[in-house]
Design a protein around this ligand. Sequence first.
Ligand SMILES: Cc1cc2nc3c(=O)[nH]c(=O)nc-3n(C[C@H](O)[C@H](O)[C@H](O)COP(=O)(O)OP(=O)(O)OC[C@H]3O[C@@H](n4cnc5c(N)ncnc54)[C@H](O)[C@@H]3O)c2cc1C
Ligand SMILES: *[C@@H]1O[C@H](CO)[C@@H](O)[C@H](O)[C@H]1NC(C)=O
Ligand SMILES: *[C@@H]1O[C@H](CO)[C@@H](O)[C@H](O)[C@H]1NC(C)=O
Ligand SMILES: *[C@@H]1O[C@H](CO)[C@@H](O)[C@H](O)[C@H]1NC(C)=O
Ligand SMILES: *[C@@H]1O[C@H](CO)[C@@H](O)[C@H](O)[C@H]1NC(C)=O
Ligand SMILES: *[C@@H]1O[C@H](CO)[C@@H](O)[C@H](O)[C@H]1NC(C)=O
Ligand SMILES: *[C@@H]1O[C@H](CO)[C@@H](O)[C@H](O)[C@H]1NC(C)=O
Ligand SMILES: *[C@@H]1O[C@H](CO)[C@@H](O)[C@H](O)[C@H]1NC(C)=O
Ligand SMILES: *[C@@H]1O[C@H](CO)[C@@H](O)[C@H](O)[C@H]1NC(C)=O
Length: 598
Amino acid sequence: MAKWRIVYVLGLLQAMFGLCSNAQRIYGDPNYPFVRNATQAPPLLLDYDYIIIGGGTAGCPLAATLSQNFTVLLLERGGSPYSNPLVENLVGFYPNLQTNTPTSASQQFTSEDGVPNNRARVLGGGSAINAGFFTFADPQFVANAGWDVALVNASFAWVADEVAQFPTVGVFQGAARDALLEAGVTPYNGQTYEHVIGTKVGGSLFDSNGHRHTAADLLTYANPENIDVYLYATVQQLLFAESPTDVPGQQPQPRAIGVLYTDLEGNNHTALLSENPQSEVIVSAGALGSPQLLMLSGIGPTDHLDFFNISIVLDNPSVGSRMADNPTNSLWVLTNEAVEVSLIEVVGITSFGSYIEVSSGQTEALLGVLEGDTINFTTPTEYGDNKLNDRPVTAQVLQSRIVAAILETPSGPLRAQATWGGTILQKIWGPQSWGLLRLASLDAGDNPRVRFNYFQEEVDLDTCEQGIRLAMDAVEAPALSSLQYTNDSVPPLLTPVREAVLASWPPRDSSNVTQDSINIREWCLDSVTTIWHYHGGCLVGDVVDRDYRVMGVQALRVIDGSTFGQSPGTNPQATVMMLGRYMGVQILRERLGSEAGV
Ligand SMILES: Cc1cc2nc3c(=O)[nH]c(=O)nc-3n(C[C@H](O)[C@H](O)[C@H](O)COP(=O)(O)OP(=O)(O)OC[C@H]3O[C@@H](n4cnc5c(N)ncnc54)[C@H](O)[C@@H]3O)c2cc1C
Ligand SMILES: *[C@@H]1O[C@H](CO)[C@@H](O)[C@H](O)[C@H]1NC(C)=O
Ligand SMILES: *[C@@H]1O[C@H](CO)[C@@H](O)[C@H](O)[C@H]1NC(C)=O
Ligand SMILES: *[C@@H]1O[C@H](CO)[C@@H](O)[C@H](O)[C@H]1NC(C)=O
Ligand SMILES: *[C@@H]1O[C@H](CO)[C@@H](O)[C@H](O)[C@H]1NC(C)=O
Ligand SMILES: *[C@@H]1O[C@H](CO)[C@@H](O)[C@H](O)[C@H]1NC(C)=O
Ligand SMILES: *[C@@H]1O[C@H](CO)[C@@H](O)[C@H](O)[C@H]1NC(C)=O
Ligand SMILES: *[C@@H]1O[C@H](CO)[C@@H](O)[C@H](O)[C@H]1NC(C)=O
Ligand SMILES: *[C@@H]1O[C@H](CO)[C@@H](O)[C@H](O)[C@H]1NC(C)=O
């Protein structure tokens, strides 16, 4: 759409609806009176200091902070996390990932690598559908970002106080903790949010009753007088106008002035910033959503946008580039007794970039997750060669052997034993391999196409090999092996399952070091899964500057995991929430002075 036409349409809407910037409040959500359904939003909302797109892990703390002193509109395409049992309870974690309706909190996608994946579509974002593990960034990551360390620390504390606590570890997590220490992942650092080499118990969004906290809880710090939140509001496009720059002689730049969004009934709505030149649109739509929305709005690689007939606002080939997902490989362990149902609690942080994480009691979940078709890795696309090309097997093949064995056994007794096991998984640092994101359609509600090129760089395979050797050492260490299934300790029922579990481990060759290494590396490729820590697409330096302003346009920032060049810490969410708070305070300080936002 030509810019003059947008401005014209807006003028028309304004004339029709007047200054209807404040909809009648609908007190539908018991938790926050300012949260409403977008179908109830007027066609035009006006006069916001900030319009934030995506009420996710970064968007919620950012909106809460900015609303202290400015008016904020937060638009989230999903629904409320509150009173959604799949979101609120720990045991809902895997079943939730199986849902995929137009309004489910999890939206499934399969990357072009052929690896199944999930993304958030709910207020709270990833923090409302994730495994809850809560841990800070590596201090080196903070240093590289050039952030103000004191404000980073204060922002981590602000987030942690509201959403995180330490779990009480059960039998399996405790055994895995001891086994990691026996395997040499030392020292023991006890309970800590800090990223330190050794073995530790990290934080969790889940409390002792298995009840989840999310980033949406941070909206409790919002000023209710200054914030409007609309749910089921899918932003389709950012709106721009030409704007002269402050710099004499410089070409006018596009300036973000508002957004177009749709509700569940398919109706179009417009929201506009105030005329104050310091007003801004902030995109916090996540690593898939943010580069996708920039492209849909005309910011991205010209050739790709031309293909979709999208008018160019700014050519930037880096939008959607550097998409990465940390490869993850799991060792399944069958135990000789029922163990606690837990997500991630114990982690081992090595000095060589392998992070070993533990979960348990999920055999039931395995059944749910892995029933169904095996997905093959894809053939080459225009992105070129990929290490996973032409590999007909995936993690799903290995794991479906376990499922097949389980399904062969009578379901009654087996389901009673559904918590007889756990996983020791490895996520690798970085990663160094990366791919691309491209549009699949012109609808922002659709998934874009994304390819992560797992293990494309040899160094990622090196880390996988080294880390999996260590993880196997832990599985075979006394503390864990004493908990493992033996023929004597369990009814014969589980013997085929045990065999399938063992067959899902890397085939070893102790007589030939070269062959042994090949085996483990092949296994890393064949059994790769996601741990859902994908990031990139709007990197600092490529798409945004160090203040997260989109380079080449005005009044537009991107603040979320899409700006990361690597996944921070062992797990990213605490850093993403911290970034939302941190940038909220920084923006308040830019406008109100250094005392603001504390
Ligand atoms: C299944 C799963 C398990 C995980 N486990 C852990 C874990 O245990 N620990 C950990 O630290 N990390 C974990 N992660 C990763 C972590 O949750 C994410 O890295 C983090 O939540 C990303 O935050 P974000 O703000 O970048 O994006 P998100 O939190 O995804 O926020 C983006 C928001 O924008 C909305 N949105 C997108 N497009 C639009 C649009 N066009 N209009 C309106 N709204 C839009 C989305 O609905 C979403 O709510 C997990 C992630 C998943 C998916
Ligand atoms: C939001 O509005 C849509 C369309 O009117 C409706 O179908 C849906 O049930 C509403 N959702 C909630 C949670 O109110
Ligand atoms: C900003 O908001 C805070 C909290 O509401 C308030 O104490 C402070 O006075 C405000 N600052 C300005 C400059 O308005
Ligand atoms: C921030 O926290 C880290 C880790 O706890 C600590 O080492 C550092 O001294 C703190 N820095 C500041 C400036 O508070
Ligand atoms: C919303 O806007 C789009 C694009 O301008 C248009 O194609 C569509 O018909 C509109 N929808 C409704 C319900 O008016
Ligand atoms: C772009 O426009 C051309 C010419 O109108 C049309 O043939 C083509 O289908 C459009 N492409 C897309 C992806 O909509
Ligand atoms: C996956 O690949 C195998 C072997 O190449 C083939 O038999 C099978 O049909 C494929 N499955 C799907 C879902 O494409
Ligand atoms: C133990 O199980 C293995 C295979 O899992 C089987 O080969 C072996 O015979 C069993 N031993 C006993 C004593 O049952
Ligand atoms: C070890 O394995 C490699 C790779 O398969 C093979 O080339 C080599 O001949 C083997 N060495 C021995 C001594 O078997």
